[in-house]
Design a protein around this ligand. Structure first.
Ligand code: FNR
Length: 179
């Protein structure tokens, strides 16, 4: 069994990134479980660390008990979303208890254009390197939701192949890091 925590950086009800995450889950090989984190957390405030919010503790627990972490990010103003940064900041704290330490991680992202999320993913990768995740370099996925998602939220046929390759590669990457 391989367990993957999924952090989606959009709270939007009809988020393309949520759809992308759901489709990746459907394309995963047997024996892989996915659990999506609740990132609707209070804004990080160091004053709150002494009485660590239960929702933020739940995020840390999810990451720590999972074998890997999948980041699914929108691009907001040429970076990743504040929602995602807020969740990452909570899970990296308190000092010395960074939940991401040594975790296999991968990034994907969906936007409305062909080049969308390139800059969001680059910015996020920098943060995840600092947080000492083991980050998968290839394959990259810059998902164009305009052409890649159907009306019902399912994935277009010509996108299934590269998403399947991505999730297979990530599961193999996680399994290599288990041993
Ligand atoms: C965007 N969007 C966007 N897209 C992009 O490719 N590059 C960008 O820099 C931005 N900037 C940006 C800022 C803000 C504040 C918003 C709300 C949106 C568009 C974005 O890709 C689009 O809204 C996606 O649909 C957001 O992802 P979800 O919510 O569908 O997952």
């Amino acid at each position: 069994m391989t367990s993957i925590a999924v952090l989606v950086g959009s709270l939007r009800r009809d988020s393309f990134n949520k759809s992308l995450a759901e489709n990746i889950e459907k394309l995963a090989p047997a024996g892989v479980t996915f659990e999506t984190a609740d990132l609707n957390l209070p804004l990080f405030n160091q004053d709150l660390e002494a009485d660590f919010p239960a929702d933020a503790k739940a995020l840390k627990d999810l990451i720590e008990r999972s074998d890997g972490v999948l980041f699914v990010t929108p691009e907001y103003n040429r970076s990743f979303s504040g929602v995602l940064k807020n969740g990452i900041d909570w899970a990296s704290r308190p000092w010395g208890q960074n939940s991401f330490n040594g975790k296999p991680a991968a990034i994907v992202g969906a936007s409305l254009g062909a080049l969308g999320t390139t800059q969001a993913q680059a910015a996020l990768r920098n943060v995840l390197i600092y947080l000492n995740t083991e980050i998968m370099g290839q394959p990259e996925v810059y998902f164009n939701a305009t052409t890649g998602l159907k009306e019902d939220g399912s994935v277009a046929d010509d996108a299934k192949g590269f998403l399947t390759d991505f999730v297979n590669a990530f599961v193999a990457f996680i399994d290599r890091h288990k041993n």
